[in-house]
Design a protein around this ligand. Structure first.
Ligand code: FES
Ligand code: FE2
Length: 429
C-alpha cells in the first residue's frame, strides 16, 4: 500500500492542543463505557428488539443477483428469521421471510442460486419470484384455501448505490434514504458499481459480542501496535505516530472518519510492483476530481482512506482505488457472523490481477490481526474483572456508537438527543 505525502497530521489531541473530537461533539461527554454491555443477555435481547428488528440492515450487493431468478439467503439470527433476497421477473429486488405458508418450513435450505419458483421441500407448495403462492398439491382437499392471501411474507427491501438493505419491521418508520441520511448523500456518485465487478470475502463465526468486533474497526488508535507487522508505516509517521485522524463527522446514528496516509511510507519492492500494475487499496497518484463531497471531505492531499460506519453494524470504507466493507451479524450475545469484503474493478491484465491479489493478501493480514483480539477480549470480558473502559479522543466513533445504542435501548429519539446535545453535530444531521 502506498500513501500520500505532504500531510500535516492531526496533532492537537490531548491537553496541550485541546481535545479535537470531543470539542467538536461535546454532547457525547468523556465518561467511560460500561463493560457489561458486551456480556449482558438482557442488553442483547433489547438490542435485538429495539435496534436490529427496527433498522435497515445491509445484506449484500446487487452484483450477487444480476438476473431474474437469482437469489441468496441471509440468515438473521438476531432478528429470529432467515430472509430470501431475489431478483424478480420485473427486474426489482424483493425480499421475503424464508418461511412456507403451509406449516412454516424454511423454503430455501441453501445459500443461494437461480430458480423460477421457490418450492417447499415438505409438501411441495410452490411460490413465484414475486412471492405469490402458485401451486398447492392436492389443493381440492383443503378447506376454503385463499391462495391469494398465502404468499411468502414480504420483508421491506431497498437498494442504495447497489447495496441491498432490508428491514424486518413490518411497518418501518423510515425509508432507507431517510435512515441513511446525509452520510449516504455524501457518498453518492462514488463508483461503487464499477469497483464491484471483482470481490474477495472472508467470513468467520466469532465467539465475541458484535460490538467488540465493530469497535475494533472504528478506531485506528491500535494501528501503531496491533498492525505493526502488516502496515508498519502506512498510516503512522514521525509526525503522526498514533495515526490521529484527519477528520470526523458524526450523524444522528452513523459516523465517518478520514485518515491520513503516512508521509514516511516506504513501499517494499513487492508493494511497489503491485502499485505499478493497478489499483490497490490506497494509492498515491489519485486526483480529487470527481470524488463525491463525502469522500475525503477536507480535500486533503494527505488523505488515504475514509471509514464510514452505517449503524448498527455495516462499514463502507472507501479510498481512491477501491473500497471494502465489514458486516457484523449478531448470532448471540457472545457470537457474531463477521464478513469483510474487498472490492475491485475486473482485472484486464495479469499485472492488475497480481496487484489485486497483493491487496487481498495485505487486507487479509490486517483483518487477521484485528480478528486475533476479538475472542481474547470477549473471554476476559466474561470474567467481570473490569466494570468500565476509558476511551481516547480518537475513539470517538466508539463513544458515539455506544451513545446511540444506549439512546435506542432507552427508547429515546436519537435525532432529538443529538440535536439537543450537540449544536455543531446537529448541523451535520
Ligand atoms: S410446510 Fe411447506 S408445503 Fe408444507
Ligand atoms: Fe485494525
Amino acid at each position: 500500500m502506498s500513501a500520500t505525502p505532504n500531510g500535516t497530521p492531526a496533532n492537537g489531541n490531548g491537553a496541550a492542543g485541546g481535545y479535537k473530537w470531543h470539542n467538536k461533539y461535546p454532547h457525547l461527554g468523556t465518561g467511560p463505557v460500561s463493560a457489561d454491555v458486551f456480556t449482558s443477555q438482557e442488553q442483547f435481547e433489547l438490542e435485538r428488539e429495539r435496534i436490529f428488528k427496527k433498522v435497515w440492515l445491509n445484506v449484500g450487493r446487487v452484483e450477487r443477483i444480476p438476473n431474474p431468478g437469482d437469489y441468496f439467503v441471509q440468515d438473521l439470527a438476531v432478528c429470529n428469521t432467515s430472509v430470501i433476497v431475489v431478483r424478480g421477473k420485473d427486474g426489482a429486488v424483493h425480499a421475503f421471510h424464508n418461511m412456507c405458508s403451509h406449516r412454516g418450513n424454511k423454503i430455501a435450505w441453501d445459500q443461494g442460486g437461480t430458480c423460477q419458483n421457490f418450492t417447499c421441500k415438505f409438501h411441495g407448495w410452490s411460490y413465484g419470484l414475486d412471492g405469490k403462492l402458485k401451486f398447492v398439491p392436492d389443493e381440492e382437499s383443503f378447506f376454503d384455501l385463499k391462495k391469494e392471501t398465502l404468499g411468502l411474507t414480504r420483508v421491506a427491501v431497498d437498494v442504495w448505490e447497489g447495496f441491498i438493505f432490508i428491514n424486518v419491521d413490518p411497518n418501518p418508520t423510515e425509508t432507507l434514504p431517510e435512515y441513511l441520511g446525509d452520510l449516504a448523500t455524501g457518498l453518492e456518485g462514488y463508483p461503487f458499481g464499477e469497483f464491484s465487478t471483482t470481490s474477495t470475502s472472508w467470513t468467520s463465526e466469532v465467539n465475541a459480542n458484535w460490538k467488540v468486533i465493530k469497535d475494533a474497526f472504528q478506531e485506528v488508535y491500535h494501528i501503531a501496535f496491533l498492525h505493526k507487522r502488516s502496515i508498519p508505516d502506512s498510516f503512522t509517521s514521525k509526525d503522526n505516530p498514533y495515526a490521529h485522524s484527519l477528520d470526523v463527522t458524526l450523524y444522528p446514528r452513523h459516523g465517518s472518519m478520514s485518515l491520513f496516509g503516512s508521509a514516511d511510507y516506504k513501499p517494499s519492492p513487492v508493494a511497489k510492483l503491485a502499485a505499478q500494475h493497478g489499483e490497490i487499496v490506497i494509492r498515491s497518484d489519485f486526483s480529487m476530481d470527481g470524488l463525491p463531497a463525502g469522500v475525503n471531505p477536507l480535500r486533503s492531499e494527505a488523505w488515504s482512506l475514509d471509514l464510514n460506519v452505517i449503524f448498527p453494524a455495516f462499514f463502507v470504507d472507501v479510498s481512491q482505488g477501491s473500497y471494502f466493507t465489514h458486516q457484523f451479524m449478531p448470532i448471540g450475545v457472545d457470537k457474531t457472523l463477521w464478513t469483510s469484503t474487498q472490492y475491485y474493478t475486473r482485472a484486464t491484465t495479469p499485472g492488475r490481477r497480481f496487484s489485486q491479489e497483493y491487496g487481498n493478501v495485505i487486507f487479509r493480514d490486517i483483518i487477521m490481526e484485528d480478528g486475533r483480539t476479538f475472542e481474547e477480549t470477549q473471554s476476559m470480558l466474561s470474567s467481570g474483572a473490569k466494570k468500565e473502559f476509558y476511551l481516547h479522543d480518537e475513539e470517538i466513533l466508539v463513544r458515539h456508537s455506544h451513545h446511540v445504542i444506549d439512546q435506542m435501548l432507552k427508547g429515546q429519539p436519537v435525532d432529538a438527543a443529538f440535536a439537543a446535545n450537540g449544536k455543531e453535530a446537529a448541523s451535520h444531521a
